[in-house]
Ligand binder design. Structure first.
Ligand code: ZN
Length: 81
């Protein structure tokens, strides 16, 4: 059985990334999912990449929160009877 391991490169410096850790998660559907965490060989570079991703995630969450907040509230007509 050939295992094709995709080696990705760092989005920042372009160097091949190294395997940090991997684990298998069992799912209810039956097919276990393999999680792979790859990091840049350059620790300082990885730190910057991590910070970039964290900032992007925060931005997305903020936008999502804004969307939810801007939705008009439904008026519940409780004045019956
Ligand atoms: Zn890098």
């Amino acid at each position: 059985m050939a295992k094709a391991l995709a080696i990705s490169v760092c989005i920042r410096c372009g160097n091949p990334r190294i395997l940090s850790k991997s684990w298998v998660e069992k799912t209810e559907k039956g097919n276990p999912v393999t999680h792979v965490v790859e990091i840049c060989a350059d620790k300082e570079c990885q730190k910057i990449v991590d910070a970039t991703f964290a900032a992007q995630r925060e931005k997305k969450l903020l936008q999502l929160a804004k969307k939810t907040a801007s939705q008009p509230q439904l008026k519940i007509n409780s004045a019956t009877g």
